[in-house]
Design a protein around this ligand. Structure first.
Ligand SMILES: [Zn+2]
Length: 493
């Protein structure tokens, strides 16, 4: 039996707003929205201290900022699995609670790097400190002739122009330049030497590759503009008399098993169509790891982004799993790896779904729930969802907010953030999906100072109870969520 504890800030606000079952004995006066005593008691289990417990561990220095891949990320995955186990969720991964994604972690090997370009008596030599490298195999080129792709001619370039040659390309700034470079690398050149800002390519020297989907592209040397521009500009477009001699070592590979964490709360409906359908409640548990030191601190802890969302998933799971009367549909609780490297964990999930898409009714993704100090104002007892007008999911959270004392509403340009978290992977598969957040932007975002002490845990608990109730409503509603017309129009574009 679940007893209702009448203490703490949470229940008083829930009870003040929630007509508890039994208060309205006459069916005709029973409001459409009500929350049972048992459900109110379950929500009551979501407390500031419990959230603080999870966030302070996940965002501790011991986990070193949970980069994908890293030892800290591994430990975080084990922690989340342990919390799902403690909540009594069914393991829903491919190995217990883990959905394993085998990847090759490939890093450039700068050792032995050598590059020499000659054009008559003009000689340019570069060493490892001047370049970024993106290659797979070793490269050994001795006095090969150079083909210069000028930015004017790059659009009309054919593979036969550059096949087997060493290409020099002065990359125009911006997205356009990078996409030109990408297509040049697919034309079969022996090597592409790109003249660009080396720092822009530093991250590409560290790649996570799916062995089942390896991309073939020419090896790339990014020679810093400072170093290479003059030489490149002195060359005419097309075939030249210049030569290149280059030595690059084979990249270093390590096999890594990345993990999404997945736990299921089985639905209660006797109708298998409802019971076997799932609502996915998710958050990403990775962050950006160790980086440039600031004031002696080099650990980017990622407390609000997104240990907060992860802690909320954990606490909502254990609150809802304590219910004797579970929601009609199943809820799949998930923590994703690699969001910060481009939604890697959720993209892996949608390529290898654990439940069929036609039975997946919604994804609600949680981000940045703990901080209330926005740049422009303090956000107390309020929350929003990305792509607010795109589906009717926000309506359920609005109702949940009315019952828990949280204003859920569209704030600012919510569409701008729609593609910026894991909900987007699901939306692209046509599953109504949003990210729920208190703030999209906050001081310390992706900074060394995103620490667990800075979260407002009272407000965080309040918002998490709202998120739990909204998730319950979606999972208990026999009518599945749907996109609104605006989104249908958008996807037809
Ligand atoms: Zn995030």
């Amino acid at each position: 039996m679940i007893s209702v504890k009448l203490s703490g800030i949470s229940l008083c606000c829930i009870l003040a707003l929630v007509p508890v079952q039994g208060v309205y004995p006459d069916a005709r006066t029973t409001p459409l929205i009500h929350v049972s005593t048992a459900l109110a008691a379950a929500l009551e289990q979501i407390t500031p201290d419990r959230l603080k417990g999870d966030v302070s561990f996940l965002a501790s220095d011991a986990l070193e900022g949970r980069a994908t891949p890293s030892r800290g990320l591994e430990v975080a995955a084990e922690y989340i699995a342990a919390r799902f186990r403690a909540a009594g969720l069914e393991p829903a991964g491919t190995e217990g609670y883990f959905q394993i994604a085998g990847r090759i972690h490939r890093t450039a090997n700068l050792e032995g790097f050598r590059l020499e370009l000659r054009n008559g008596d003009q000689i340019l030599r570069a060493n490892a400190g001047d370049v970024a490298l993106v290659n797979d195999e070793a490269v050994e080129i001795d006095r090969a002739s150079v083909y210069k792709v000028s930015s004017e001619s790059s659009g009309s370039l054919k593979a036969t122009d550059i096949e087997g040659k060493v290409v020099v390309f002065l990359v125009p700034e911006g997205r356009e330049g990078r996409s030109r470079l990408r297509s040049i690398r697919r034309m079969g050149a022996a090597l592409v030497i790109a003249i660009a800002d080396r720092n822009d390519f530093a991250a590409s020297m560290d790649r996570l590759l799916d062995p089942a989907a390896m991309d073939k592209a020419s090896p790339l040397v990014v020679l810093d503009t400072l170093h290479g521009r003059e030489f490149a500009e002195s060359l005419p477009g097309g075939d030249t008399v210049a030569t290149a001699s280059v030595t690059i070592s084979k990249a270093l590979d390590e096999r890594v098993d990345l993990k999404n964490v997945a736990g299921l709360l089985r639905g209660s409906s006797i109708d298998p169509g409802l019971r076997d359908s799932v609502v996915i409640l998710s958050a990403h548990y990775d962050h950006i790891g160790i980086g440039t030191p600031r004031d002696g601190d080099k650990i980017y802890n990622g407390a609000n982004d997104d240990a907060s969302g992860t802690a909320a998933v954990i606490q909502i799971a254990s609150a809802l799993a304590s219910l004797e009367q579970r929601p009609k549909r199943s809820i799949l609780f998930m923590a994703f790896f690699g969001e910060e490297r481009g939604l890697l964990g959720s993209r892996h999930y949608v390529r290898h779904p654990l439940f069929p898409f036609d039975q997946t009714v919604a994804n609600v993704n949680l981000e940045q729930l703990g901080r209330t100090d926005g740049y422009d104002s303090r956000k107390l007892a309020t929350a929003t969802l990305t792509g607010y007008g795109y589906s009717n999911i926000p309506d359920q959270f609005q109702r949940a907010g009315e019952l828990t004392g949280v204003k859920v509403l569209s704030q600012g340009d919510t569409n701008r953030y729609f593609s910026r978290s894991d909900n987007y992977s699901f939306a692209r598969r046509d599953i109504p999906a949003h990210t729920l957040a208190v703030l999209f932007e906050f001081p310390d975002y992706h900074g060394v100072d995103d620490e667990w002490e800075k979260l407002d845990y009272d407000n965080f608990a309040k918002v998490t109870r709202m998120a739990a109730l909204g998730t319950f409503f979606i999972a208990d509603d026999p009518v599945r969520p749907h996109w609104n017309e605006t989104m249908q129009k958008k996807s037809a574009e």
